[in-house]
Design a protein around this ligand. Structure first.
Ligand SMILES: [Zn+2]
Length: 197
């Protein structure tokens, strides 16, 4: 499950979560933090993956290339929390590069060769392909995606594209509402570490 953290030296927040076997960092825009705070999510608390997916697709949370700079969390401690198995949304819902599974700096791209197709690729993998259109994932809505496929006459889409369509189509609104309803209970179940700041 994702965990909310605060940067040590600035008034900004980030989220850590396990995707595959790697820890992924999602930086939060202030709007994203506001949404989590309103839902009762405190620093150091775990929260349902659906919420992060919702923040991610709305652009309120975004991935960054490198590791989280001053994110001073100990890996082992982190692992324990992030491996929390009780989450209805599979981590496979997170978009990732169809070539290397990276989650950083993803674009929807139109690949020209060997076959005209669409896929989601990270920057390193984009550099190795002959591509035409390339749109940052956070800007790609369902409408834009179908418009791109139609306009460019792309018949073949990668499984990464199909997965992203599924994510954009998913209904997460009620997950926020559920959290509101279960606030006191949620606090008890996932007792956050005492915050040090
Ligand atoms: Zn890649």
């Amino acid at each position: 499950m994702p965990v909310l953290h605060k940067y040590k030296n600035k008034n900004e927040y980030y989220i850590l979560t396990m995707i595959g076997k790697a820890v992924a960092t999602f930086h939060l825009k202030s709007e994203g933090y506001r949404k989590l705070a309103n839902a009762g999510i405190k620093m150091g608390a775990t929260f349902p993956r659906a919420l992060l997916l919702d923040l991610y697709r709305s652009g309120d949370a975004y991935t960054h290339k490198g590791p989280a700079g001053d994110a001073g969390t100990k890996p082992q401690k982190l692992q324990l929390k992030l491996d929390f198995p009780d989450d209805p949304e599979p981590e496979s819902l997170f978009p990732c590069c169809s070539a290397c599974s990276s989650v950083a700096n993803l674009h929807v791209v139109e690949i020209k060769q060997p076959e005209h197709s669409a896929a989601i690729l990270c920057s390193a993998c984009r550099a190795k392909k002959v591509i035409d259109s390339s749109i940052p994932l956070s800007l790609v809505s369902l409408q834009i995606l179908s418009g791109l496929l139609k306009m460019k006459g792309i018949q073949q889409v990668d499984s990464s594209i199909l997965a992203y369509q599924k994510l954009l189509d998913a209904e997460f609104e009620n997950k926020w509402a559920d959290l509101f309803k279960n606030k006191p209970q949620q606090k008890k179940m996932f007792d956050p570490e005492p915050s040090k700041t």
